[in-house]
Design a protein around this ligand. Structure first.
Ligand code: KG4
Ligand code: ZN
Length: 346
């Protein structure tokens, strides 16, 4: 089954063709970051406008790279589009593009949840992963631990109470004048920094699997206020100290939650999963705990349409295709069976 997928929920206009939820035949991402950079954050109206200008070209390129066409014999079996969560105007552009193509070429269109896309994106890299597994989605908008008991059956284990991990990276980078988006810049500088020079607090939030990163961000702010200017070497060390604190908490809680839930597998996706230290530490900690780990490849961590094509495939395969195209800014993963309240350190 080949799915043409479209993703326009935030600041990337993306299209992809994915076969059977695992094989990426093409994945095209047109980033809008240069348009938003002067404002150091995503400007919703600019995002919608840029999607309008770009979406058709990105779809055409994804089809071309996959050697498919909407009209010919080798056409997709379905079109998938992100319907939430995200910026409403931006989501509507993707939905209209998908619906117009589906209607014109008589191809069914499926609405897909963006978080479900991030959650299932690691499955694009590895074969043979089946529920149950614990998923970590760490992005600019979400930091969540989601337990998948069966395909399409999810339970929320923990979530951030304030800033998402990516948002904390972006805000710290902004405070340090490092530009937007901050995650990749901090990651790059931290690679050459000393994480021990500036020790930042680890927000463990005992008694819950929830996260909180805003206090840590404030700790960096107070540190920065201690003097007027910082040398490049000091900046690298600040980045390394901040990154180490975020990563230690995310990895520690993810592994501990997996052991408490007695699940053998962990999957990790979302923009922050591109972080070099997070990837190294997850691999180390999961190996030590005997957990099987799948992390999305870096190019499929940040927003892309391949993950949307994968999520649509599992949705269709497991009988959940509802063709629900209502755009909703605040969607959460579908079929959520409630929050798992158990917190026990293994
Ligand atoms: O998944 P994504 O593209 O969009 C959302 O759904 O939010 O995630 C974007 C976020 C941004 O906050 C960005 O700073 C962060 O992911 N990010 C990173 C890295 N690359 C992207 N954070 C830390 N380290 C990175 N290497
Ligand atoms: Zn995303």
């Amino acid at each position: 089954m080949k799915i043409l997928a479209i993703e326009t929920s935030c600041d990337e206009t993306a299209a992809a063709v994915v076969e059977n939820g695992t094989r990426v035949l093409s994945s095209v991402v047109a980033t809008q970051i240069p348009f938003h950079r002067p404002y150091q954050g995503v400007v919703p109206e600019l995002a919608s406008r840029a999607h309008v200008v770009t979406v058709n070209r990105v779809v055409a390129e994804a089809l071309r790279q996959a050697r498919m066409s909407l009209a010919g014999k080798n056409r997709p079996d379905g079109i998938a589009v992100t319907v939430g969560p995200g910026l409403v105007g931006a989501l509507i552009v993707g939905r209209m593009a998908a619906e117009s193509l589906g209607w014109t070429h008589d191809i069914p269109v499926h609405g897909v949840n963006h978080i479900e896309g991030h959650l299932l994106s690691p499955l694009l890299a590895v074969g043979g992963f089946k529920p149950p597994f614990l998923g970590l989605v760490a992005s600019g908008g979400h930091t969540e631990l989601i337990y998948t008991s069966a395909w399409g059956r999810y339970a929320l284990v923990g979530r951030t109470r304030d800033d998402a991990a990516g948002e904390a990276f972006d805000k710290v980078a902004k405070m340090m004048g490092l530009g937007y988006p901050g995650g990749p810049v901090i990651d790059r500088l931290a690679e050459r920094g000393d994480p021990k020079r500036f020790a930042f607090p680890r927000p463990w939030l005992p008694g819950t699997w929830d996260f909180s990163f805003s206090g840590l961000k404030t700790a960096v702010l107070y540190k920065l206020r201690e003097k007027k200017s910082w040398t490049p070497a000091e900046k690298r060390d600040l980045c390394a100290g901040f990154r180490a604190a975020v990563v230690e908490v995310i990895v520690g809680k993810t592994v501990a939650a997996a052991r408490t839930l007695k699940t053998a597998s962990v999957v990790v996706g979302g923009g922050v999963a591109a972080n070099a230290l997070l990837r190294r530490e997850l691999a180390r900690a999961c190996a030590a705990a005997g957990l099987r780990l799948a992390v999305a490849p870096p190019a499929l961590c940040t927003d892309n349409a391949a993950m949307v094509g994968a999520a649509a495939y599992y949705q269709i395969r497991h009988g959940r295709a509802k063709n629900d195209l209502r755009v909703q800014s605040q969607l959460h993963v579908p079929f959520l069976t409630g929050k798992i309240g158990v917190f026990r350190l293994p």
